[in-house]
Design a protein around this ligand. Structure first.
Ligand code: GDP
Length: 359
């Protein structure tokens, strides 16, 4: 699937860049262009893709802090300039545009949904979100921001592929190392999905194409991506179990949104050397996926690659009713209420002080 990536905010820019680099290094040519928009000049200086600084009159290149309302206002106020910059970058060859952002902060959290809305007004191809949710250890303001943003983003974009920052990290990494390692994993896994719908060499009827990704995301809402891989035997017949167990792992332990299993639609991609892919394994894995997700629309396809491993990618569309998403929204709502209460009590304290002073 040919895509244009637009990163908004710090995480958005870094992830867009990581995806573009992965695609370039592997020679997939699924990423047609990558661009980063931010209100913070310093964050853009660390980025190697084309960039645009917005909100200079309001925040003078210093960013919006965690203020996602300000992030949204700035994107809205400068929508024309941003769309002008994107004109020519979003080419008619692109099958879709991905607006990429971390939802816990300010610029991406507020700006990404606004940008998705603008893009949808102008372009006819699907406009998707690629959104990172803050990990459990991040503070209440991040959770509250992400909760509000996720709602708006899901409404404005054609579908939002969500990655929980706790899902693809390993426990022995510091936060900073963690982000860069998570970004690499996002780049590899999302990058493979995009490339899967792109590669045409070794065409067979079982090879996945971009319309299958688009159809899986068609009903909108929240999407997730699962990934797992294993060494494969040279003899396809020996790989039936490897394929079924890799597909199970992708959904149950390798997913970007843990415990989100129920879905409207699903797509199972088995990547590997065509000689090593066992049809029986693929069929079994697909049947298992139907039962597990409760979906009546499970697609499947191969992604021919020269590798001694087999990988499974599971894209789920319409997971918003899952337990994990509901739990996150509850956590965000609670954080939002706490935030309001603490602003109220700060306001009360301030008013009391004033009264004391007057007396
Ligand atoms: P913004 O620049 O105001 O949009 O905010 P940031 O992008 O800096 O941060 C928003 C959220 O994204 C944070 O709450 C983190 O959860 C997450 N985040 C920040 N940087 C990274 C990164 O490099 N990778 C990942 N995966 N998440 C990040």
């Amino acid at each position: 699937m040919k895509v244009v990536l637009i990163g908004v905010g710090q995480a958005g820019g870094k992830i867009a860049q990581a995806l573009a680099e992965f695609d370039y290094d592997r020679g997939f040519e699924a990423v047609q262009g990558a661009f980063a928009v931010n209100t913070a000049r310093a964050d853009l200086q660390n980025i190697d893709i084309d960039t645009m600084l917005i909100g200079q009159d309001r925040v003078k290149g210093h960013g919006v802090g965690g203020d996602n309302e300000l992030g949204a206002e700035i994107m809205q106020a400068e929508a024309t300039e941003v769309m002008d910059e994107l004109d020519g970058r979003v080419t008619s060859q692109a099958d879709a545009v991905f607006v990429v952002a971390g939802l816990g902060g300010g610029t991406g959290s507020g700006g990404a949904p606004m940008l998705a809305r603008e893009l949808k007004r102008v372009y006819t191809m699907p406009i998707y979100g690629l959104a990172v949710l803050p990990g459990r250890d991040e503070g209440a303001i991040y959770q509250a921001n992400a909760g509000r943003s996720l709602k708006t983003f899901t409404r404005e974009a054609d579908s939002v592929l969500v990655i929980d920052n706790d899902a693809w990290k390993t426990s022995d990494e510091s936060i900073e190392e963690g982000f860069s390692a998570i970004n690499d994993r996002i780049a590899e896994r999302v990058g493979l999905l995009l490339a899967a719908g792109e590669i045409v060499e070794g065409v067979g009827e079982s090879v996945v194409d971009s319309s299958e990704i688009i159809n899986t995301l068609k009903n909108g809402g929240i999407a997730s991506l699962g990934y797992a891989s294993a060494l494969a035997d040279e003899d396809a017949g020996e790989n039936i179990n490897a394929i079924t167990s890799t597909a199970r792992k992708a959904l149950l332990t390798g997913t970007s949104l843990p415990q989100a299993v129920e879905a409207d639609k699903a797509l199972l991609v088995i990547a590997g050397h065509p000689d090593r892919i066992a049809r029986k394994g693929v069929e079994r894995a697909r049947k298992w996926l139907e039962e597990e997700t409760g979906s009546l629309e499970v697609r499947g396809g191969d992604f021919p690659l020269s590798s001694d491993r087999i990988a499974a990618l599971v894209l789920l569309g319409g997971v918003e009713r899952s337990q994990r998403v509901q739990e996150f929204m509850d956590r965000a709502r609670e954080a939002s209420q706490q935030q309001e209460e603490s602003t109220e009590s700060a306001r009360d304290a301030f008013q009391n002080d004033e009264l004391d002073d007057l007396m």
